[in-house]
Design a protein. Structure first.
Length: 499
């Protein structure tokens, strides 16, 4: 017992001292209040690469925050206009327009206070936060028209000024569409040794770009056969906005009366099963898949029918009898622009809403080649022609921006009258418009030996140039007059932006 007391007495003294010290420390902490500063626990776009479909990020805080102090002190460089919403300790920032491509952004927050500090009047602020993210590079696709590049699908990174040949020499590409994640391109092509476009097959090719935020990019230029044309000719195709369905227009190789629309489902950018016919008794003309990827708008007779893709299409979802061609859908599917063909050989462009309202935008004596909705504003960009006076039939192409709210038109550029076979493509951030200027062999004194490239009108292509029209200052009428297209140092045609 004595031995036990000898050992216990020093331990008791040490314990008493520790208790006293802890009591003093606790008292000091209580007297000073909460000294732990609030922090940003998570930023959803940290070190990410975003595209036009990425419209909002969130900041998750360690404690409830004083809303006004956060909103007053949040900074984004370069600036991105947006609106803020709250759900408990989470703040969401939703962009009003897509983030411009090819930029690096910084998000900073300092001097913001939590809800309790604001209530007690203390000056304690958040631990300074800095986050970074990037937007995707500005990348275009086009078909080569020069020497070893003729008929090949080419990717050009405008941000890095880097060119990549995606398809081999022995394939002549006719048409192409990128998958929404940008990792692969779906294209139709025939052998370079054959001039028969009806022998074209469907292929996919990798771009060398990663579509997933955390996934490493696959090597570029890997070509895989997607669908052959042994039994059916592949006349036209369209890839759905979600990248999960392809609609095909096909005709039987030995029985041309066996003609119509088919669809193919896609899983992981690969074919999931064989094509299935879209059952509809009416002959189908030009077509485009709707933004929800569940239906297809088809030219039928003197109107346009909306047919379901994967269910019975014998009864259309809708039919617009007065419109012969659907030009484009808005991204959310609430609006579309369609062409009406008049008996006096003029054409009208109408804006049609899903609530049934129709608004005439343009009447022209020429052609309506292409229209696209601006993702950043209520603007429609159109490539049109007008018939020139005189005995010789000649059309003058021009680019125009149409304000969909007011109907006001702003001509952007008048193109040469001899250039009718034109293509245009609006960038995913709405800041640039690509177009080409094709020179056909009938326009030159010499022909290209072994030429296999043709325009939509069937003329053989000699060469072609690509142009980029900046669109940022379009809202400013004074600046608009000074806008000039820039010639890209590439020889090609049929340009498109990568999503």
């Amino acid at each position: 017992m004595r031995l036990s007391k000898t050992f216990n007495q020093p331990l008791d003294k040490v314990a008493s001292v520790l208790i006293l010290i802890l009591t003093v420390l606790i008292g000091i902490i209580i007297s000073q209040g909460d000294v732990v500063r609030p922090t940003v626990r998570d930023f959803t776009w940290q070190n990410q690469k975003i595209g036009a479909d990425d419209i909002s990020f969130t900041l998750n805080f360690s404690r409830p925050m004083d809303i006004k102090s956060v909103e007053d002190n949040l900074q984004i460089e370069p600036p991105l206009a947006g609106k803020i919403s709250w759900a408990g300790r989470r703040m969401a920032y939703t962009l009003l327009t897509p983030a411009p491509y090819g930029e690096r952004y910084t998000v900073q927050l300092e001097d913001a206070r939590d809800k309790f500090a604001a209530a007690t009047g203390t000056k304690k602020s958040i631990q300074p936060f800095t986050g970074t993210f990037r937007s995707r590079d500005r990348v275009i696709l086009y078909l080569g028209a020069d020497k070893q590049e003729r008929g090949r699908l080419i990717l050009y990174n405008l941000t890095q000024q880097k060119k990549t040949l995606l398809t081999p020499k022995d394939l002549v590409v006719l048409d192409f569409e990128p998958f929404p994640n940008g990792e692969k391109i779906l294209f139709s092509a025939h052998s370079s040794s054959s001039q028969d476009s009806l022998s074209a097959k469907l292929y996919t090719v990798t771009t060398g770009i990663s579509g997933e935020k955390q996934r490493k990019a696959k090597p570029s230029a890997k070509v895989d056969l997607f669908l052959d044309s042994k039994k059916y000719q592949i006349l036209k195709f369209d890839l759905s906005p979600d990248g999960k369905t392809i609609v095909l227009q096909r005709a039987h190789q030995k029985n041309p009366s066996d003609f119509g629309l088919w669809f193919v489902s896609i899983e992981n950018n690969r074919k999931a099963g064989e094509p299935k016919r879209i059952k509809n008794e009416q002959p189908a003309g030009d077509f485009v898949i709707t933004p929800d990827s569940k239906a297809v708008a088809v030219a039928q007779g003197k109107g346009t029918a909306i047919l379901p893709i994967q269910t019975d299409a014998s009864k259309p979802l809708d039919f617009l009898p007065q419109f012969g061609v659907l030009q484009a859908f808005s991204k959310d599917g609430s609006q579309a622009v369609l062409v009406k063909f008049n008996t006096d050989y003029t054409r009208d462009l109408f804006l049609v809403s899903n609530n049934g309202t129709q608004k005439q935008l343009i009447k022209t004596t020429g052609s309506i080649i292409k229209c696209e909705f601006d993702p950043a504003s209520p603007t429609l960009y159109c490539l049109l022609t007008q018939l020139l006076p005189g005995d010789n039939y000649q059309e003058q192409p021009y680019l125009v921006a149409i304000n969909l709210k007011t109907g006001q038109q702003k001509p952007l550029l008048v193109l040469p009258a001899d250039k009718r076979d034109l293509h245009m493509s609006l960038s995913p951030d709405g800041l640039g418009l690509l177009f080409d200027q094709v020179v056909s062999i009938t326009d030159t004194t010499t022909s290209v030996r072994g030429n296999s490239l043709k325009t939509d009108d069937g003329q053989e292509i000699s060469t072609s140039s690509l142009w980029l029209m900046p669109l940022l200052p379009v809202a400013d009428s004074e600046v608009t007059a000074e806008l000039k297209p820039e010639k890209i140092p590439l020889v090609g045609f049929y340009p498109r932006w990568l999503p």
